[in-house]
Design a protein around this ligand. Sequence first.
Ligand SMILES: C[S@@+](CC[C@H](N)C(=O)[O-])C[C@H]1O[C@@H](n2cnc3c(N)ncnc32)[C@H](O)[C@@H]1O
Length: 215
Amino acid sequence: MSSSSVLSLPAAEGITEPEPFAGPDHPMRKVTRGVAFDGAWDAERASKVAALFDSMAADWSEDHVNPTKAAPIRDGLERGGVPLDGRWLELGSGTGAGTRVLHDRVRSLVAFDLAAEMLAHAPGELAPRVNGDASCLPFGDDSFEAILMVNMLLFPSEVDRVLAPGGTVLWVNTLGDQTPIHLPAEDVAEALPGSWEGTTARAGSGFWASLRRTD
Ligand SMILES: C[S@@+](CC[C@H](N)C(=O)[O-])C[C@H]1O[C@@H](n2cnc3c(N)ncnc32)[C@H](O)[C@@H]1O
């Protein structure tokens, strides 16, 4: 039987409440839960999600690459007990909001996204960019010591497969529970196979959760 636990740390300084934006009835919230808990993902859905983000790529960085949204990523790197000297994979890296924070703090980094246009607008000099679907990752078992997901759908079995034993999942929602692609820290731990433990904290307008498998 799996049993996971997530300890809440004090909020970082300077947190802000996110504006009401995407509550539990947001269509992407339902997709997020369906993917994480029921494997509700197929080629048709992948194609629709890729088209959606491709259409937003040109303007994405204007709204999503800023210090407030980067705050939970920075705080998670500082207080989440993450392996900075490890190999990192960023899933759903988009136009590089996470990549810009991570690239010079970790041993190595691969930026991975479904939407080719999102990747095309990411800074290619900071990390190799790989276009593909996180439901079937083109990496071997145990390839990374850490996986970052910022406002990204959770594909539990693939995350678990490519993560090396003792590795860390760093989950970030930059608008907290107002993020369209949102799962609370406890639900991330529950959706992943096996037992996990870690920490979570609010920072900026969002939160991070750092989780390590314990079985
Ligand atoms: C809400 S955006 C977040 C982008 C970036 N992390 C940020 O915070 O600015 C979600 C990203 O996940 C990507 N994505 C969605 N489903 C994916 C999948 N199955 N495999 C890889 N990337 C995916 C989308 O293309 C999009 O770039």
